[in-house]
Design a protein around this ligand. Structure first.
Ligand SMILES: [Zn+2]
Ligand SMILES: [Zn+2]
Length: 390
């Protein structure tokens, strides 16, 4: 292995106990999308103590930060190391973002140390609200990545992967409006908003039969009525539609809007669809072959041999960012396929021996791949060409 990469590995190993501390602190203080104030302050402090100037609340997002190496002239090419740190409602760090943040700050701190005065070629960006909030889109829109040539993060998982497809996704609310009446004494006087909602769910179920295999629609009723003896005048639901391309995601969303319109017509109600704020749409991941090959070689060197990805995938705001600049999201396994993503068991796996090792390997893998990118002009050219071609 390249001597500098050996140094990177040593630097991460020396940080290991501190990084376990980061992941444990986040696990013990779970904060959901755009509420990650403790994580924001803790991670900012961690980086400030290790040679970074930290711009808090960057890009106008209260729980985002951008860390640049202190005293280093900004230089290009430049790599952004990303850290997520939002948790899930009720489940805490069931997506393992505590490990993403710990590996991210570990990679940044190790690179800072090894690159010395040349560390102006890296930044670390704390990216909030991956779970349903689309924080990376807000940061990209705010220009946070404008001077960067590549973005890299890791995600813990059930397999070692150089990357994975993600689905495009649109999040929206559906509401129906009717009229209350006594459900026994005057049912004919009412307009039933719950019947409309049930008709919409049934219409979507029928549509699923004609949906392509990568399409998904799933929703929950968030308000179904108030009492059995009142015809409900108001119902609401929260939905996600997903597709492997932006076009198919949008096509499914169009169909679902027509189904809602049909349900309203059939029941005499009115309806309203509102896409989620601040970010409704997640884009599918635009993968980058050369960068994924580079990270795969480093995974191999670390003994985390890349596997073939399972076809079942979700969505992420790294997908949005991947349309702005070449981006990668490799996975390292912290558990087997018997442990589900978004579960308390997955959160527990972040603290297991395997979880700790994956986090340390991830910090090394990211730092080594960033180092490759900064020192191999041909890799940069290939990554840029791949990005332009797709
Ligand atoms: Zn998740
Ligand atoms: Zn996640």
């Amino acid at each position: 292995m390249d001597a500098k990469k050996e140094q990177i590995g040593q630097a991460v190993d020396e940080l290991a106990e501190d990084l376990f501390g980061v992941s444990k602190y986040l696990l013990d203080n779970p904060e959901t999308a755009y509420e990650e104030f403790k994580a924001h302050d803790y991670l900012s402090q961690f980086l400030a103590e290790r040679g970074f100037d930290v711009e808090k609340k960057c890009g106008g997002v209260d729980t985002a930060f951008r860390a640049t190496p202190t005293g280093c002239a900004p230089s290009n090419p430049k790599v952004a190391i990303l850290g997520e740190y939002d948790a899930l409602p009720k489940i805490g760090h069931g997506c393992g973002h505590n490990l993403i943040a710990a590996a991210g700050v570990g990679a940044a701190a190790a690179l800072r140390q090894v690159l010395g005065d040349d560390a102006g070629s890296i930044i670390m960006v704390g990216t909030p609200a991956e779970e349903g909030g689309g924080g990376k889109q807000l940061l990209a829109d705010a220009g946070i990545f404008d001077d960067c040539d590549a973005a890299m993060m890791f995600h813990p998982g059930q397999q070692n992967l150089i990357g994975q497809e993600t689905l495009g996704r649109t999040k929206f609310t559906l509401e129906f409006f009717g009229k209350t009446a006594h459900a026994a004494a005057g049912p004919d006087q009412g307009i039933n908003a719950l019947d409309a909602m049930i008709a919409a769910f049934n219409g979507i179920s029928a549509f699923r039969q004609q949906m392509r295999s990568e399409g998904r629609v799933h929703g929950v009723i968030t308000h179904g009525g108030d009492a059995p003896n009142i015809i409900p005048d108001y119902t609401s639901a929260l939905f996600y539609v997903r597709g492997a391309s932006i076009a198919y995601r949008d096509e499914i969303f169009d169909r679902v809007q027509k189904i809602a319109e049909g349900a309203a017509l059939a029941t005499g109600t009115t309806y309203k669809i509102e896409v989620a704020k601040p970010i409704a749409a997640l884009d599918p991941m635009k993968r980058n072959g050369p960068l994924e090959a580079a990270v795969g070689a480093n995974m191999d060197a670390l003994g985390a041999t890349p596997e073939v990805a399972s076809p079942d995938v979700g969505s992420s705001d790294i997908g949005n960012l991947s349309h702005y600049l070449p981006s990668i999201q490799p996975f390292l396994a912290i558990c087997g396929t018997d442990v589900n993503f978004h579960s308390v068991e997955f959160a527990a796996a972040t603290q297991s021996e395997r979880g700790r090792k994956a986090m340390i390997d991830a910090a090394k893998m990211l730092a080594m791949t960033a180092y490759d990118f900064l020192n191999q002009p041909e890799l940069r050219e290939q990554a840029a060409a791949d990005f332009a071609a797709n």
